[in-house]
Design a binder for this molecule. Structure first.
Ligand code: FE2
Length: 349
């Protein structure tokens, strides 16, 4: 295990008032109007095996993971994708000059361009046990053409740093709940102690490189509401039509949970591409130094052989569950050595 692999380029930087009140209300309005929104899990993964490949840990032989193991009531939608703002009323939030200054400073880079903007919404939810790294891009590959699990595996292997796109994020939270709901991160690697940004928070944000730093949400809300009965991979979250500021989760059209505004956690994730200098920008734009899927699998297979692994070369490595399981085991970075304690409900009284 490579203990120094997962460290961000710089110590995360905490800022306040990342968005103006007006920007926050326009973002929230969009989320209320344009729902319902599906689960993060449903959007990014085709099988439970892929979830394991993206988080951490590995699948024991003969063990069949199920969706139930990972179902977590966190829902997602996009404000911008592929450098393009999807909603005109959000353009000032996405093409954000102060965020560009922040991420250039964070990397000490010459250039940055806004890449994506998304939100997570949720009510009470258990956290703490699923630290992860965010999806990485590589020159020649992107999440439009390549599954997230594979790109994360590339990151975990440490073999593809030459092609890895440099990125930075500004992640902001709006959460007034009194129990948990903070952000836990491991800026000094998986063997070192984590740090936490504690809620309640309203417009607090952190400048990070989340592709190279394990992180996750802290549990939030009353413990007895964190398990949503009836939740499945098709469940949806939307504004509660019977409330001006509340929310609801539905499965097959039936409301399975109502969430008051006080328990609503809203995360806004803004991501940028970083180019250290003009040469790096140019190599990205003219595709003179891209990597292909074939090259990725050739390099992974060669590395597995060097490590003495015996396996059948899959005909479709992109979806072959045995092969995904093998990669997951070999490149398992392990779990963080230290977890913070769960939030205490008594403190909320
Ligand atoms: Fe993340």
């Amino acid at each position: 295990m490579n203990q120094t692999l997962f460290r961000p380029v710089a110590e995360p930087l905490v800022i306040e008032n990342a968005y103006t009140e007006d920007q926050h209300s326009r973002m929230l309005e969009m989320v209320r109007k344009r729902g319902p929104w599906s689960l993060i899990l449903a959007q990014h993964f085709k099988s439970p095996e892929e979830v394991i490949a993206t988080t951490s840990g590995s699948v024991p032989d003969g063990f069949k993971p199920t969706w139930d193991m990972f179902l977590s009531p966190v829902f997602r939608g996009y404000m911008a994708q592929g450098h393009t703002c999807l909603h005109p009323e959000m353009e000032d939030c996405f093409y954000n000059q102060s965020f560009l200054d922040l991420v250039r400073g964070y990397w000490k880079a010459e250039y940055a361009r806004p890449e994506s903007m998304l939100f997570n919404i949720q009510g009470p939810c258990a956290g703490g046990n699923a630290p992860h790294i965010d999806a990485t891009n590589f020159r020649g590959l992107s999440y439009q053409t390549t599954p997230i699990w594979l790109m994360n595996m590339m990151t975990k292997s440490g073999l593809f740093k030459h092609w890895q796109a440099k990125k930075a994020q500004v992640i902001a939270w709006f959460y007034k709940g009194r129990i948990g709901g903070g952000f836990t991160y491991w800026p000094d690697g998986l063997q070192a102690a984590p740090k936490q940004i504690k809620a309640p928070m309203w417009g607090r944000a952190v400048v990070v490189e989340n592709e190279m730093m394990y992180h996750g949400a802290e549990s939030n809300g009353p413990a007895n509401l964190r398990q949503v009965k009836g939740l499945d991979i098709t469940s949806l979250m939307s504004a509660d039509p019977e409330s001006a500021d509340g929310w609801q989760i539905t499965t097959d059209g039936a409301v399975i949970q109502r969430i008051p505004a006080e328990e609503f956690r809203f995360l806004v994730h803004w991501g940028a591409d970083i180019f250290m200098d003009y040469a790096e920008l140019k190599a990205t734009l003219d595709h003179s130094d891209d990597i292909s899927h074939e090259q990725v699998f050739d390099m992974l297979i060669a590395d597995l052989r060097t490590r003495g692994e015996t396996f059948e070369v899959p005909t479709d490595p992109m979806t072959d569950k045995a092969f995904i399981g093998l990669l997951t085991r070999v490149y398992d970075p392990g779990k963080p050595a230290v977890f913070p304690p769960e939030p205490e409900e008594a403190l909320a009284a």
